[in-house]
Design a protein around this ligand. Sequence first.
Ligand SMILES: [Zn+2]
Ligand SMILES: [Zn+2]
Ligand SMILES: [Zn+2]
Length: 110
Amino acid sequence: MAATCTHLDSVRVTELPASVDGCVDCLAAGTKWLHLRICLECGHVGCCDDSPEHHATAHAGSSSHPIIRSLEPGEDWSWCFPDELAMRLPEVRGETRIPPSPLGIEWGLG
Ligand SMILES: [Zn+2]
Ligand SMILES: [Zn+2]
Ligand SMILES: [Zn+2]
């Protein structure tokens, strides 16, 4: 049985921003992120689950916005939290310029 996402109606961000400054919650709190994800319902930019603060997951939990997309260069996957399903959404276009990860720099990865 092929899993399908039933939340595609909530995708409102179909054009990715040209650039972002980083995880908005980390920037506000002074914390550090590793990878960036964008909420496809409202455009909130948060950090991944490998980041200490898990802001993308926290946003999905507090807002009930179901789907995020990776903003990392070369990554075009999306993730539905309620379905726990990875997928590609061809209707979401564009490529976002992101700053180097503060944690990546700290770890010598950037
Ligand atoms: Zn879904
Ligand atoms: Zn963050
Ligand atoms: Zn959102």
